[in-house]
Ligand binder design. Sequence first.
Ligand SMILES: NC(=O)c1ccc[n+]([C@@H]2O[C@H](COP(=O)([O-])OP(=O)(O)OC[C@H]3O[C@@H](n4cnc5c(N)ncnc54)[C@H](OP(=O)(O)O)[C@@H]3O)[C@@H](O)[C@H]2O)c1
Length: 502
Amino acid sequence: MSDVLSFRQTVENFISTRGWTPTRFGRTIAGDPLFVFDLREGREPRSETRARIVKAMQDYQERDTPPPLRIGVAGLGNVGATLVGIIQKDGVDLTKKLGRKIEVVAVCARSRSRDRGIDISGLDWFDDPVALAKSPNIDLFVELIGGEDGPAFAAVKAALEIGRPVVTANKALLAKHGVALARLAEDNGAQLGFEAAVAGGIPVIKTLREGLGSARIHRVYGIMNGTCNYILTRMGNEGITFAECLKDAQALGYAEADPAFDVEGYDTAHKLAILASLCFGCEIAPDKIHVEGITRISQADIKVAADLGYKIKLLGMAQRSPEGIEQGVYPTLVPRHSAIAGVDGVLNAVALHTDHVSELMLAGPGAGGPPTASSVLSDILDIARGTRVPPLGVPSAELTPYVQAPMRIHEGGFYIRLNAKDVPGALAAIATRMGSAGISLESVIQRPDLRVIDPAADGQGTRTVVLLTHATMEANVRDALAQIAGDGFIVGEPQLMRIETL
Ligand SMILES: NC(=O)c1ccc[n+]([C@@H]2O[C@H](COP(=O)([O-])OP(=O)(O)OC[C@H]3O[C@@H](n4cnc5c(N)ncnc54)[C@H](OP(=O)(O)O)[C@@H]3O)[C@@H](O)[C@H]2O)c1
């Protein structure tokens, strides 16, 4: 290519990458508004003119290119090491997308010598996450340690106090301190990103903060714990017990050695509390959630649900009502052909009911190194671009206090499994109590294959009975069950689940 042709190409590239007009180039760079028009018509500038303009383009570019965004990452476990690896591998592409280089310059973990499959030799090492968060050599602090207090909280707070942007994947931290941290971020002009804290790789926070920023949301529900969904899916597909599935989930790394936090529903509750705040503009209230886990789900429950056309899923659900906000985490019967029922295995999904968009469902991988790191990176890119959104969607001063609604009139019915004593009149007494509480029974199922041995039976003869109710208030069902237990006709605690029509 001749020098003139190559010069023309350079000028055209400069114009198109910036979206400039030829006149703007002429005025800003060449000193002649018609320069580009003349060039396109075949004028060949002299070599001194070309050299002057090339130099002016270079000078402009240097002034125009923002400095690299220097990142410090605390926590190099599953998510942190994956994030560092992705930024190192995709750095060139990311720079092209952003028009700005992003680079990890410093890291922190407990063990400096552990092989994490990434090269940290050229990076500054910190033993103390707080010191990293405050280091003058970083522009953005990423917290991937975990835990609601301790070093994660101290480091995030330290960064925000000096106005440094923070990205975290830590739902426990956000559930407990989210409002205070959002306020701290706003007071100090810092951004706080936590896309990865809810539903891993699914961009639900950005959807709520930006995509649906103007929508009024009535209800949010979802499958937000991959461990529970994996266990329930395998129980349904393979007819094996909760304990067997949990053992496999642990062997495959889907469940922690201590799985209680996941299977008792608390992990889902943390994520739900964060979502509810973003959906309803209220303060985060993780302690005002009715939480039930999946440890008591038996094969009998799975079988009856399937026979009736349902699957059992652990749902987190929050909705607005005139009395306030109702939040709950509970195993739920959902219609087999509903969209949420199709979300199986370790996948997560979040469904949003809004005024104008009606129902929207986002589904995808809810955990794992690469999906979670992808969400962390999405927050980093937003910060690199200078996007500014209040952390909880509205300024923290505008968040309303959380008002807990009483248990609502349930749209669907309830599933109740209980072990009735094998004595005359037991079933009739149970039905009478239900009737007196205004609960109408849709069916009573008693089959030999549904027997659930209750350790509380202690040698007493019992029959496992499943009752399905018509739509009624949850409080009524719970009252009736308490009275039935008081009558002495049942053994052990009944299994109660909502049936959602969705
Ligand atoms: N894993 C997922 O799929 C997933 C999904 C969504 C959200 N998250 C969230 O992401 C965060 C990180 O999860 P993870 O699975 O990557 O955890 P992880 O594998 O346990 O890694 C934790 C990291 O933190 C480091 N660390 C712990 N205590 C420290 C301290 N006092 N000072 C400095 N470093 C410390 C550990 O250092 P050593 O390696 O030296 O021990 C480790 O590198 C958590 O908040 C989690 O809830 C994870």
